[in-house]
Ligand binder design. Structure first.
Ligand code: NAD
Length: 272
């Protein structure tokens, strides 16, 4: 039986790639697409874009196995609530959630449905997160300074990227920590004016917005006389869409409710 998939943000840059991927995947069947723009447009024979206002009714009729969300933070919180109370499993790629919004998401999901949430579905970035953790672990005792630089296209609406925020969270576990980990860090978003000297516990995050850059992330570790840079560059949104398709397949088989990560998925699939 094909996995029945609904996509929110179906007309967006990411959602439209996921729609295409689902249509090309013979293990999946597109059953609904939601977007406030382009309502009524055909995504596939018999599947028209529905308005988010119709979501609850449409989900009750088409009964998807998995609901995918690539919208914006405020919309995603509401969409997740609707999908969850209709027992639809979730793949959430939307970024830019405030702490309060993320708590709302957790509450909507926790005891109800399995969900995979990731600010970045690319396989490469998930390996990048492991590599930056390992570099931070090894370098923290030598007090290397860490800065994160992310670059995205001019249409991106949130900053810094969810990927950069996650990178800062990973590195924070090690920085200024002594050999045992668990250090204190201060995250700075860019610098301006008379900032004084850099402090060892700072992590600077810098968001570049220009042209059609799909998504670049650099973590830079600088010490005396050298620096190490770990860089991921997405060439196209295909990288995220392919990861999201793997996540759809994986989450469709999960029974236990709760939030899963791409890292858990990759470890389980790789049987690491
Ligand atoms: N996790 C990842 O791998 C990954 C990769 C790229 C982008 N993103 C994130 O995905 C999100 C979307 O990015 P994008 O570049 O596709 O943006 P986009 O602006 O191109 O697309 C968003 C779409 O959502 C639609 N939308 C708005 N409210 C909606 C609602 N209530 N229900 C359904 N659709 C709604 C918009 O009309 C738009 O078509 C952003 O948060 C972005 O940061 C995540």
């Amino acid at each position: 039986m094909a996995i029945k998939v609904a996509v929110a943000g179906a007309r967006g840059r990411m959602g439209s790639q996921v729609v295409r991927g689902v249509l090309e995947n013979d293990k999946m069947k597109l059953v609904a697409g939601f977007d406030p723009t382009g309502v009524g447009e055909e995504l596939a024979p018999g599947i028209k874009i529905s308005s988010p206002a119709e979501m609850e009714n449409v989900l009750k009729v088409v009964k998807p196995d998995v609901f995918v969300d690539f919208t914006n933070a405020a919309a995603a919180v509401e969409n997740v609530k609707v999908a969850s109370r209709n027992n639809v499993k979730l793949v959430v790629g939307t970024t830019g959630f405030s702490a309060e919004q993320f708590t709302e998401l957790e509450n909507a999901i926790k005891a109800h449905v399995p969900a995979i949430i990731s600010p970045n579905f690319s396989i490469g970035v998930n390996v990048f997160w492991r590599l930056i953790a390992e570099a931070a672990r090894q370098l923290q005792r030598y007090q290397y300074h860490v800065e994160i630089i992310e670059m995205h296209h001019s249409h991106k609406k949130d900053a810094p990227s969810g990927t950069a925020v996650k990178a800062a969270g990973i590195i924070s576990k090690y920085l200024g920590a002594g050999a045992e980990g668990g250090g204190k860090t201060t995250i700075l978003y860019g610098r301006q004016g008379i900032t004084g000297e850099r402090r060892d516990e700072e992590i600077g995050i810098h968001a570049v917005r220009a042209g059609d850059i799909v998504g670049d992330h650099t973590v830079l570790y600088a010490g005396k006389g050298e620096r190490l840079e770990i860089i991921h560059r997405a060439h196209s949104r295909e990288a995220f869409a392919q990861g999201a398709l793997k996540a759809i397949e994986w989450i469709s088989e999960k029974e236990r409710s709760g939030i899963y990560s791409m890292d858990e998925m990759m470890r389980e699939l790789g049987q690491e």
